[in-house]
Design a protein around this ligand. Structure first.
Ligand code: S3P
Length: 187
């Protein structure tokens, strides 16, 4: 994996990762506003390109196709853009190429919610998340914990329990500004 990065920290894209439905889109939009940056939601962009919803893409074109498009899109924006706030779909970061490009070119924040807090959201998101459909609670729990290995590869983690989206976004902004000041201070 490429470890040296010549993009100044202040210009690097900020990428939000985490399990489906934790609030990556809402929080990404707030962070973008607070830092005066553009926001890119990968799933929304894929939906726009295909003029189809994510569940329809899964159903008609298949998960394998979705993962390929998702990976290519993320590699492209992480390589060719700067100063963006990007929220990834929850499964994107399981692909090694996605992790490598995010960690080598961007600043990666893991939005971490406990299983107990997250599981209450299932009824709200199950219809729009094909991977949750027709799964038992035990199967979903297994998926939730299995994915933590990939998510553990991040630059910074925000524990979201008991925080509203505004507070999570404030923490990310504060953390990123500290990083800028510590590692690349303005003269
Ligand atoms: C997925 C998460 C979804 C979406 C797709 C697959 C996953 O995005 O990309 O349904 O594999 O975890 P969110 O994380 O925004 O729910």
């Amino acid at each position: 994996m490429e470890t040296y990065c010549n993009i100044p920290l202040r210009e690097r894209n900020i990428v939000l990762i985490g399990f489906m439905g934790v609030g990556k889109t809402t929080i990404g939009q707030l962070v973008a506003k607070k830092l005066y940056r553009d926001f890119i939601d990968v799933d929304q962009e894929i939906e726009k390109i295909h003029n189809m919803s994510i569940p329809t893409i899964f159903q008609q074109l298949g998960e394998e196709y979705f993962r390929k498009v998702e990976k290519e899109f993320i590699v492209d924006i992480c390589t060719n853009t700067r100063l963006k706030i990007i929220s990834l779909g929850g499964g994107a970061y399981l692909q090694e190429e996605v992790r490598n490009v995010c960690l080598s070119k961007c600043i990666v924040f893991f939005l971490d919610l406990s299983w107990d807090s997250w599981k209450d959201r299932i009824p709200l998101i199950v219809n729009s998340r094909p991977l949750l459909k027709n799964k038992t609670l035990e199967e979903i729990e297994e998926l939730f914990f299995k994915r933590r290995d990939a998510y553990s590869l991040h630059n910074s983690r925000v524990s979201m329990n008991d925080l509203d989206p505004e507070a999570v976004a404030d923490q990310i902004v504060k953390s990123v500004k500290w990083t800028w000041e510590i590692y690349e201070p303005n003269d």
